[in-house]
Each structure stands twice: as structure tokens, then as C-alpha cells.
Write a protein that binds this ligand. Sequence first.
Ligand SMILES: [Zn+2]
Ligand SMILES: [Zn+2]
Length: 178
Amino acid sequence: MKYSILDIPQGFTGGLNQSFSESAEGLGFLAGEVCIQGQVNGNFRLWRDRRIVTIQGGMTADVSLQCCRCLAVVVMSLQPILTLRCFPEEAQPDTVSETGEVTPEDDTYMYEGIFLDIRPIIREQVILSVPAYVYCREDCSGLCDVCGQDLNGAKCGCVLDQPSSHFLALQRLKQTLG
Ligand SMILES: [Zn+2]
Ligand SMILES: [Zn+2]
């Protein structure tokens, strides 16, 4: 997963096709960052234009997340795809863009020295693909604000007074906007 830049072929047609199957630990995930189930699998193509390396590929990571309403564990299969241009750290992508080579919208990554390690890139792609709000199901009823009962099961019979209802309305509005 770590390449010497010089070993990466020039041009798309001669590019290297690589596949991988790595554990969360092997990819450098920190404890509590994202809870990966099993291996992260994927494949990508790697090619070079002088010292600019392009990586194009996709991966699958099964992660366990928490429903943001009822806190139930939800296992989700994330499948980020990427096209990433990697520059040597001393080169500024902005400078390169003046030649018309790179547009500012391109996803870029800086590498140090002559080695390009793919693992931090994969880790970052998995983290970026985690949705901000996860629901166990579309109409999850969440937890009771008063007693904490999971309202997807039995109703608890709590009566919400005025301020709480007001609070709930605000919360609903927030969820709609979110
Ligand atoms: Zn839920
Ligand atoms: Zn309740």
C-alpha cells in the first residue's frame, strides 16, 4: 500500500490496477473513530504524470453507527469512490493549476518525499463517507424525552407539558432542516 513514485507507471493506459483488503487497524483507524466491521475491500488504478499521481477507485466498508434518534446500532455498507490527485509536498497545486493542469475543484492530496502511502487516503475516504445523520429506519420514533423509553417498541404514556412540546416542535424543525 506504499509506493515509490518511480514505480508508478506514466500515463493512464499503463496504470497499475491494485486491489486491497485491509483491517481497520492496518489502515490506521484510531479507536472510536469509525467502527469498521471486518475488512475494508476495494480496488484502484494508479498512474503518474511526472510527479503528480492520480488514484481512481472505490471501496466497501461495513461500519456500525448509531441511529441519531433512538441510538440503536445500525450496520451500514459505505461505498466511497474517489478520484484523487497527489502532489509532492513541495509543489503547490495552485502553481500547477496556472498551467491549466489542475482545476481548484479537483480533490488533492500532498505526499512527502518519494513515497505515496495509500492507507491514510483510504482511511480519510471512509471517514468522509460516513453520513452526518443515521437513522435505523426512515420513520424511527426515537426515545421519549421524559423517560427515555424507545418509542419504536411500546409507548410509555408520558405526558409532555407545554414547554416540552414546544421544545419537541423545535427539535422536529431542526431535524427537518438537518
Ligand atoms: Zn432509530
Ligand atoms: Zn416516556
